[in-house]
Design a protein around this ligand. Structure first.
Ligand code: TA6
Length: 306
């Protein structure tokens, strides 16, 4: 569908479709509770701000690259049908193909509380079929308002069991990574990717003074990002997800990547974000018998620090 057809079929008072960066099509949402943009490539949420916040809650790099087949640095990249490197094929894209594949809009709705809901379905093609030869449907439902809810729904339409890894690789806007803390993971086991994949246990809050890349397993806990610089707390509540990934590239790694940018304060965009990702990875990958369906749901919200 082109932009005109999308607006005719799915336009809502708080929702319109428009062509934007990289000549890609975006769902642009602006309602009483919040605003967001969602790129149809990847069903990739590229920013969300509740109306009571002056700063966005979902962060996007000012140097993000937009274009067909490019993955966008920031927002809510969808990792599916695997998380991280592919288990056996190193040539397959890290975090799967969902974030660089076109999705189609399947529906839209304005809810009674004024929130806007938009549904998307991943469109398989020859490339995705070659990398994942399974009849599996992947849908994303975004509900945008004062909070942001994302449901990632996998349906196994195959005749055999299918195993998937998945995550919402969400970049959250913070004042300064050196002052932020992530709580909710105390006592959880994690795989430390910056220490050779060693297994460790979290003690207290996650604090940051260097690169952190950890996959916490077997945890369904809500996580909070405490941000004294912006004076707020970001709440990340999930269901259907047993893994939480916490990632900051820190300075050296970010500077090797072309798309982090200088950030608002000019001290590096990496200082102004942290990824707290909700999903099912490593020990927690999901096996779906023929005909089964699985939903990962995450709700993001922000509140003032007391
Ligand atoms: O989720 C953390 C992570 O897997 C890191 O290892 C880091 O490389 C990051 O994702 C970014 O991956 P990307 O493929 O988007 O550059």
């Amino acid at each position: 569908m082109n932009v005109t057809e999308l607006n005719e079929h799915y336009g809502q008072p708080g929702l319109r479709f428009a062509e934007g960066a990289g000549e890609l099509i975006y769902a642009e949402i602006d309602n009483a509770g919040g605003s967001a943009r969602i790129c149809l490539q990847g069903a990739h949420i590229v920013g969300w701000r509740p109306k009571d916040q002056t700063e966005p809650v979902v962060w996007v790099s000012d140097q993000a690259k937009y274009g067909p087949g490019k993955s966008i640095r920031g927002g809510v990249p969808v990792c599916w049908p695997w998380f991280g490197p592919h288990a056996s094929e190193s040539a397959f894209p890290g975090h799967g193909f969902a974030r660089t594949t076109m999705w189609q809009v399947t529906g839209s709705e304005t809810l009674a509380d004024g929130a806007t809901r938009v549904g998307f379905m991943l469109m398989p093609n020859d490339r995705t079929h070659a990398q994942f030869p399974k009849a599996c449907r992947c849908e994303l439902i975004a509900t945008v308002g004062a909070s942001l809810r994302v449901d990632l729904v996998t349906s196994n339409l195959d005749t055999e069991t299918v195993t998937i890894g998945e995550a919402l690789h969400t970049y959250l806007r913070i004042g300064d990574i050196a002052d932020a803390a992530v709580t909710g993971l105390d006592g959880s086991e994690y795989v430390d990717k910056v220490d050779g994949g060693r297994r460790k246990h979290q003690a207290g809050a996650v604090m940051f003074s260097g690169e952190v890349d950890r996959v916490y397993v077997n945890t369904e806990s809500e996580c909070l990002i405490e941000d004294p610089v912006l004076g707020r707390r970001i709440r990340i509540a999930k269901s259907g997800g047993r893994s939480t990934v916490v990632w900051t590239p820190w300075q050296e790694k970010a500077e090797k990547m072309a798309d982090f940018g200088p950030g608002r304060a000019g001290q590096g965009g990496w200082r102004e974000m942290v990824c707290v990702e909700s999903g099912n990875a490593l020990d927690d990958v999901v096996s779906l018998a023929a005909g089964e369906r699985h939903t990962l749901s995450v709700i993001y919200s922000a509140e003032a620090l007391a």
